[in-house]
Design a protein around this ligand. Structure first.
Ligand SMILES: NC(=O)c1ccc[n+]([C@@H]2O[C@H](COP(=O)([O-])OP(=O)(O)OC[C@H]3O[C@@H](n4cnc5c(N)ncnc54)[C@H](OP(=O)(O)O)[C@@H]3O)[C@@H](O)[C@H]2O)c1
Length: 279
């Protein structure tokens, strides 16, 4: 006899919801055990094209009713519209994993009776190299957290965190790929500035970012700096310019400001949801 096969429902098969469904299928989950929803009827054909064997509907109640794990992947301002109509369809046995940025487990627990986990995956899940932070809510067991982490672990790395770090995590690993893209672009453009042909500069920039990330998994940053930097040589000249320009302080402020905006949005959404619930 086979073991327990979980059934998944994904509310919001947009960019991240679809990426999660594709990763689940790649990791061996039967598409027939996944169902998902979208808001607009015209989105159904898009999803049918992208996920041919996944049941898709605009009716959230129909999608979640038999699921063991419900993944919420709508935009933050769409949470209430998505959950209010199904608050009595969802049960306390179901595990709801929300990937919605800025919405706390306590807000969602105030709407639905399910066990709630908050997750912040990054776009790396589309190539199974995602970094996902998972924070337990007040009703979850260690087993629920393990289930959530196993799910995102099949799409890359999963780290269990206290929810209080979620705004910082959203800035570091959620927005992080965009920041790394800026750095990569600058490296590539620097090659162009120095007359290196476009494609060669691109290969060098991408390759260097990849190599650096791999190396830094096993070595401390200062070890890599020391290995690359010859006294009186070329690298130290560049380091001086980075220090004069305040590069590290700039990056810290970039993350700090991003996290601050995350907190602002989170507070705005929480106020709006709580006031609508109490109406
Ligand atoms: N993109 C990222 O890198 C990333 C990373 C981590 C977390 N997130 C979070 O993931 C969430 C989704 O982001 P996204 O970029 O995937 O947005 P998106 O592409 O706009 O997807 C949202 C999806 O939700 C559907 N939807 C909206 N209201 C619904 C309802 N009432 N019932 C059922 N489906 C509904 C939409 O349907 P239609 O297609 O019909 O409009 C759409 O397919 C956000 O909360 C974001 O914070 C995103």
């Amino acid at each position: 006899m086979g073991g327990f096969i979980a059934r998944y429902a994904i509310i919001g098969l947009g960019k991240i919801g679809t990426a999660i469904a594709k990763s689940l299928i790649k990791s061996g989950v039967d598409p027939a055990s996944i169902s998902g929803s979208v808001r607009r009827v015209e989105s159904v054909s898009r999803v049918r094209h992208e996920l041919p064997d996944v049941f898709v509907s605009t009716n959230n109640a129909e999608v979640v009713k038999d699921a063991d794990i419900v993944i919420l992947a709508v935009k933050p301002y769409q949470v209430l519209d998505a959950l209010m109509p199904i608050r009595n369809v969802l049960s306390s046995d179901q595990l709801l994993i929300s990937v919605v940025a800025g919405v706390t487990t306590s807000v969602i627990e105030g709407i639905v009776p399910s066990k709630v986990i908050r997750a912040m995956p990054n776009i790396g899940i589309v190539i199974e190299r995602g970094v996902t932070a998972v924070a337990p809510g007040s009703r979850t067991s260690n087993d629920d957290v393990k289930r959530a982490c196993d799910l995102f672990g099949s799409m890359g790395r999963c780290i269990v965190v206290n929810e209080r770090y979620m705004d910082a995590i959203t800035a570091i690993s959620g927005s992080g790929p965009a920041f790394m893209a800026l750095i990569l672009e600058a490296l590539w453009e620097a090659g162009l500035l120095l007359g290196v042909p476009t494609d060669i500069s691109w290969e060098l920039a991408v390759g260097t970012l990849e190599t650096s990330a791999e190396l830094l998994r096993f070595r401390k940053p200062w070890e890599v700096v020391e290995e690359v930097t010859t006294p009186g040589g070329v690298t130290i000249r560049g380091i001086r310019v980075a220090e004069e320009g305040g590069l590290r302080g700039l990056i810290m402020r970039m993350i700090e400001e991003t996290a601050r905006r995350g907190r602002e949005i989170s507070q705005e959404i929480e106020m709006s949801i709580r006031s609508k619930i109490s109406e």
